[in-house]
Ligand binder design. Structure first.
Ligand code: PLP
Length: 388
């Protein structure tokens, strides 16, 4: 079946007791197993069956099946947030003495978790500036490598094929944060990546009304992550969020087409504007990573960033004069959003790390929504006209 059909149908059967076509929201913390013998069997893992909603809930299980099908994965796990996905993967698959690598930049929370919290477990964390930097300078002891194929917030492109080829040689686990492109545009597992993760808060949900995380990949790795995420760290997704996320995912292809089209139009407008010193959008043929995305993905996504020569002062004036774009962090919503990463999403990084990663004071990040592109361009033109 094709992606759009899977998005609608996978993981969804009519409810056996009522015929309800939509998966019910199972608001229950526990499940009656009836007899002591059955309880013993379920806890021993002999009888599949629900025990306790921190471990599994039917609404989340249905969503997990849908997401696994969309990523082409054996299995998926849904958790409380994108950060719960990052931390669960790290705590499940690395231990004291291991080396973890990531390619700069990554989402600010991921950066901060790796540099400030994961290191307290006795894990060495090393950042690399690009896919080529990792290829040339990686440590052979790298146990796990994490990257975003289109980075937050600089929209630098990391070629997953290069990372996978090195990781296979040194036996490192590969983890791709696919939040920006989504499985509609890019399926990392098809390139040999071990695990794919998402902030489901963003495009997968699409409506900006929940916080959610997703991890998908091969069965044995997912089993290890599942135990740590759900049983030990205790970060399941609640059933209401699971319901809303599956509802959002059904329209993912429709929304992504609109995000991609609008972002391409906005990027072309910004690229021709005299007050914009640089535009970051992988769909522009001049973008360094254009070809790698064109080769491996079916679209360039809905995120656009730009440099304004005057640093924070210009960024603030520009942002304060937008009216259709909301000034807000997060991304992937129906509404267009704008933010200044250096002072918000990536403020927790040291100034030095930000400079290395290219998260400058000049940079403004736009999440292009699904409004009419002409209205978005008019709003951007009006705010740019306010700059000296
Ligand atoms: C937002 C984001 C995260 C963190 O996800 P939350 O749902 O906010 O916890 C991780 N990675 C990327 C690329 C993100 O944009």
């Amino acid at each position: 079946m094709k992606f759009q059909t899977i998005a609608i149908h996978a993981g969804q059967q009519p409810d056996p007791s009522t015929g309800a076509l939509n998966t019910p929201v199972y608001f229950t913390s526990t499940y009656s197993y009836g007899t002591a013998e059955e309880g013993k069997a379920r806890f021993a893992g002999q009888n599949p069956g629900y025990i306790y909603s921190r471990f599994a809930n039917p609404t989340s299980s249905a969503l997990e099946q849908k997401l696994a099908a969309l990523e082409g994965a054996d299995e998926a796990i849904v958790v409380a947030s994108g950060m719960a996905a990052v931390s669960s993967i790290m705590y499940a698959l690395t231990q004291q003495g291991d080396e973890v690598a990531f390619i700069d930049p990554v989402y600010g929370g991921t950066d901060s978790f790796l540099r400030n919290t994961l290191v307290r477990a006795g894990i060495t964390v090393t950042s690399y500036r690009s896919d080529d930097d990792f290829v040339a300078n990686h440590s052979p002891n790298t146990r796990l490598v994490l990257w975003e194929p289109v980075t937050n917030p600089t929209l630098k492109v990391i070629d997953s094929r290069k990372i996978v080829s090195i990781a296979k040689q040194i036996g490192a686990i590969t983890v791709c944060d696919n939040t920006f492109l989504t499985p509609y545009l890019f399926r990392p597992l098809e390139l040999g990546v071990d695990l794919v993760m998402h902030s489901g808060t963003k495009y997968l949900c699409g409506h900006g009304d929940i916080i959610a995380g997703v991890i998908a990949g091969n069965g044995p790795l997912i089993q290890r992550v599942r135990t740590v995420a759900l049983k030990h760290l205790g970060v399941p997704m609640g059933p209401q969020e699971a319901y809303l996320l599956q509802r959002g995912v059904k329209t993912l292809p429709l929304r992504m087409q609109a995000h991609c089209q609008n972002a391409a139009k906005v990027a072309a407008f910004l690229a021709s504007h005299p007050k914009v010193s640089k535009v970051y959008f992988p769909g522009l043929p001049s973008h360094l990573g254009h070809q790698a995305v064109a080769d491996t993905a079916s679209g360039f996504g809905g995120m656009v960033a730009l440099d304004l020569a005057g640093g924070f002062a210009d960024a603030a004036r520009f942002l304060d004069n937008l009216s259709l774009f909301a000034q807000a962090v997060s991304l992937g919503d129906l509404e267009s959003l704008a933010c200044h990463p250096a002072s918000t999403t990536h403020a927790a990084m040291s100034a030095e790390d930000r400079a290395k990663a290219g998260v400058t004071d000049q940079l403004v990040r736009l999440s292009i929504g699904v409004e009419d592109a002409d209205d978005l361009i008019e709003d951007l033109a009006k705010a740019l006209a306010c700059l000296a």
